[in-house]
Design a protein around this ligand. Sequence first.
Ligand SMILES: [Zn+2]
Ligand SMILES: [Zn+2]
Length: 137
Amino acid sequence: MKFFLKTFKENQSVTLEEEISPTDLDIDVGIMHFPSDILVRAEAWKGEDGLSVAVHVEAEREFTCSSCLEEFNNLFEKDFSLHYDIKGLDSVEIDSDVRDEIIIEHPIRILCRKDCRGLCPSCGANLNEDSCDCKEV
Ligand SMILES: [Zn+2]
Ligand SMILES: [Zn+2]
């Protein structure tokens, strides 16, 4: 997503909205999985030497529960602002900073729900769905 500085009129912001595929944003890597496109809405204001951008991101994320190993999705939303020095530039590309903001929010361990009961350590039954006959340790 790119702001062309020439398109800015005095005292007017420019808003861009785009659905960026996880591949284009280079974000579907490692433990991070995004089953659908990532919505990015960005409103930018141009100042004397700088560009300020208010960004809203929405993304469906796909996780594997750290406790019971079930897969589940949750919706990620974040608002943040970015600032760029624009001296000598014609355009500002914000994708890599948007990518960073999504990555730093990504949990390494996550549960499908607060009270996830996990798997039985002896027989591997998913205790959210089944009970098993193993003795409690
Ligand atoms: Zn779970
Ligand atoms: Zn068991």
